[in-house]
Write a protein that binds this ligand. Structure first.
Ligand code: SF4
Ligand SMILES: [Zn+2]
Length: 358
C-alpha cells in the first residue's frame, strides 16, 4: 500500500494529520462483533449492463480495511463494525455466507441473479479474505449470473478475478474511487490513491474479462455544496470515459459515527448534500455512456442527504426511479418551495462559511 510521501506531505500535516485525527476518533469505539455473523445482508434489485436484476447484497465481516487501521477516510465508519483482532478465519467467513444464503431462502421465492459482496474494506485483499475463501465463495455462487466484489484498486488482479469468471459469472469490481479529482480525494476524503491507479485497475479488470463499478462520494467534508456538485459532474464524466467502467454509483455522504465528518457535523461544520444536488447531478450527466445510479442512505434525516423535510421522500422516489430507468425526465415531476433555498446555497455557500442553511 502506498504511503504518504514526505515530499508532498510534511509530517503532522496533510495525510499524516488526517490519519492521526481519524485514529483517535476510531479508538473511541467499544463494540465488538461476532465473526460468524455478516455485518448486514439484504435483498434488493439493481440496474446492471444486462438489465435490472434481483440482488442479494452481503456485507461480510472481515478484519476490516487496512487503510482504516492507519487512520483512513474521513467519512468512513465501517471499520468500527469490523471484528477485533484484524482477521477472520475461513470457516467463520463461510458461516457468514451460510447465514446470507439462509436469509435469502427465507425471504425470496428464488435465488437472486446478482450477488454483491462488500467487506467494509477490500474483498480482494488476501489479508481480509484469503484465496481459499475467495475460491469457495466463487463456487458457492457459481450458479448465479453476476457477482460484484468490492476492492481498493491496489488489490485488483486478473488471477483473483479468475475465481469468479471461471465459474461463468459476469464479474464486476466495485471500487471506492470517491472522486476523479486527486486533490479532493487526498485532502477531503483522505484516500491515498490516484485516478491513474483507478484507470490501471479498470484495465486489469478488463484483461480478466471483468468490469468495474465506480463508487463516488457526493460532498466530502470541506467542500461547499456547489463545489461538491461540480466535482461530481466532472467525476461521473471522467469515470464513464474509462474503458471497462460501465457503472457509476454516486452516493451522498451520510454522517457515520466515529468519523471526522461526524466531528464536523457535531460542531456545526458539515451538512450532508441536498437531495436537489443529487437530482441535479443525475439529470445533467444522464447522457454519459455508463449506467449512473445513486442510493442516498438515510435520506431525509439530518445525517443523510436531505431537503426541507416535506419533499424528501418524493425526491428520493424520483432518484430510485432514475436508477432503474435512467430517464432524466423523472426529475421534472418533482418540485418544492425549498428549491429556492437550495438555489441560494448553491450560489452563496463557500467553504469558509458553511453550512449556510440547515
Ligand atoms: S472508505 Fe474504504 S478505504 Fe476508506 S477507510 Fe473506509 S473501507 Fe477503508
Ligand atoms: Zn422541500
Amino acid at each position: 500500500m502506498s504511503q504518504p510521501s514526505p515530499e508532498v506531505y510534511e509530517r503532522g500535516k496533510g495525510m499524516d494529520a488526517h490519519n492521526e485525527v481519524m485514529r483517535e476518533i476510531r479508538s473511541r469505539k467499544d463494540r465488538t462483533y461476532d465473526p460468524h455473523e455478516p455485518t448486514r445482508v439484504w435483498l434488493d434489485e439493481d440496474n446492471t449492463p444486462d438489465g435490472v436484476k434481483r440482488s442479494l447484497t452481503i456485507i461480510l465481516n472481515t478484519g476490516g480495511c487496512r487503510w482504516a487501521r492507519a487512520g483512513g477516510c474521513t467519512m468512513c465508519g465501517y471499520v468500527a463494525e469490523s471484528v477485533e483482532g484484524g482477521s477472520v478465519a475461513h470457516e467463520a467467513l463461510m458461516d457468514q455466507i451460510q447465514v446470507c444464503l439462509d436469509h435469502e431462502a427465507e425471504n425470496a421465492d428464488e435465488p437472486a441473479d446478482l450477488i454483491k459482496i462488500y467487506t467494509s474494506g477490500s474483498f480482494l485483499d488476501e489479508r481480509e479474505v484469503g484465496a481459499e475463501t475467495r475460491r469457495a465463495i466463487g463456487e458457492t455462487f457459481g450458479d448465479r449470473e453476476r457477482i460484484v466484489v468490492e476492492s481498493l484498486p491496489d488489490f485488483v488482479a486478473a488471477e483473483k478475478l479468475d475465481d469468479f469468471t471461471s465459474q461463468g459469472l459476469e464479474t464486476d469490481v466495485a471500487i471506492g474511487l470517491e472522486t476523479a479529482t486527486d486533490r479532493v480525494r487526498h485532502d477531503c476524503v483522505n484516500k491515498y490513491f490516484d485516478f491513474a491507479d483507478f484507470e490501471d485497475a479498470c484495465a486489469e479488470a478488463g484483461d480478466a474479462g471483468a468490469g468495474v463499478k465506480a463508487y463516488l462520494l457526493m460532498k466530502p467534508p470541506f467542500l461547499s455544496e456547489s463545489e461538491a456538485v461540480a466535482d461530481m459532474k466532472s467525476s461521473i464524466r471522467r469515470c464513464a470515459a474509462v474503458d471497462h467502467c460501465h457503472t457509476v454509483s454516486m452516493n451522498p455522504t451520510n454522517v457515520q459515527r466515529y468519523t471526522m465528518v461526524d466531528e464536523l457535523y457535531f460542531n456545526g461544520g458539515y451538512r450532508p448534500p441536498w437531495l436537489w444536488s443529487v437530482a441535479d447531478v443525475l439529470e445533467s450527466t444522464a447522457d454519459v455512456d455508463a449506467i449512473v445510479v445513486s442510493d442516498p442512505v438515510g435520506h431525509g434525516s439530518d445525517r443523510g442527504a436531505h431537503n426541507c423535510g416535506d419533499c424528501d421522500d418524493l425526491v428520493q422516489k424520483a432518484i430510485k426511479d432514475f436508477d432503474l430507468r435512467q430517464d432524466p425526465t423523472v426529475f421534472s415531476q418533482v418540485s418544492c418551495d425549498c428549491e429556492g433555498t437550495w438555489d441560494v446555497v448553491m450560489a452563496e455557500e463557500t467553504s469558509y462559511s458553511m453550512p449556510l442553511a440547515r
